[in-house]
Ligand binder design. Structure first.
Ligand code: SAM
Length: 237
């Protein structure tokens, strides 16, 4: 059994949360934007309601908000420090952009643990997405089932995460977007690659999830070419 949750407490500390924001910053929202848009967002109906799980500093949700003012977006994370950073980043955006300040009520940040989404009513979301959070869930299937419970029939799930068989070169393609000096990037890529091998799902785990979820809807996974990520998609029955 892989160590699934031992790094969780770090995100709850102010120091690590702000280090994550400063170093990782918008890296995953840069890498994933096209996939998130074409495989998830474009299927969410006008005026729909979506939820992000493990939103971190909120860059993904903010980017979606900038692109789709019609949606109600709730960004959730179990770390109050991450929620504060998300709210701060969103406030900064509102201050910069008069137009956005008129539609500000459409994005909110809520502290919630993916292991227990009882904060949200059943069958109330058109879509749920998550990038880089599922590796931290103590029980990954439980987290996915919680999401399925609060998803409307016909709703969509898009979860993305590192996978164990990814190469150091794939990792480097992500790390080139993080804010550290270039000469440190190869070492950081190798460090993250070996650290993640013990923590993230492998292809067999992902296949098993697909099978376990198939009674709830059409589930399938894909790998992001050139990057260390898989994408798990589900259309709820
Ligand atoms: C690697 S960060 C990814 C953040 C952001 N999605 C991104 O792409 O930069 C993982 C995030 O998942 C959150 N997280 C970890 N376990 C969680 C759980 N059980 N429920 C909700 N959020 C969780 C952490 O607090 C952290 O913000």
């Amino acid at each position: 059994m892989k160590d699934q949750s031992s790094h969780n407490w770090l995100y709850q500390t102010k120091t690590f949360a702000s280090l994550y924001e400063r170093i990782v910053g918008e890296a995953t929202s840069i890498v994933f934007w096209r996939e998130l848009k074409e495989r998830f967002l474009d299927f969410i109906p006008e005026g729909g309601r979506i939820l992000e799980i493990g939103s971190g500093p909120g860059f993904q949700a903010i980017k979606i908000f900038q692109h789709r003012h019609d949606l109600e977006i709730i960004a959730s994370d179990f770390s109050s420090e991450m929620i504060s950073l998300g709210k701060k980043n969103y406030q900064e955006l509102i201050l910069q952009d008069q137009h956005i300040s008129r539609v500000q009520s459409h994005l909110s940040f809520v502290q919630a643990d993916a292991m227990d989404l009882s904060h949200f009513d059943s069958e109330t979301f058109d879509g749920i997405y998550s990038v880089g959070a599922i590796k931290h869930f103590p029980d990954r299937i439980r987290g996915l089932n919680e999401c399925i419970r609060i998803l409307k029939p016909g709703g969509k799930i898009f979860f993305s995460e590192f996978f164990a068989e990814a190469s150091v070169t794939d990792m480097m393609n992500l790390i080139k977007h993080v804010r550290i000096p270039d000469f440190l990037k190869p070492t950081f890529s190798r460090f993250l690659h070996s650290k993640h091998k013990k923590l993230v799902p492998d292809k067999a785990d992902i296949e098993k999830w697909e099978q376990e979820l198939s009674s709830k809807g059409f589930a399938c996974s894909e790998y992001l070419p050139g990057y260390p990520f898989f994408m798990l998609k589900l259309d709820k029955k």
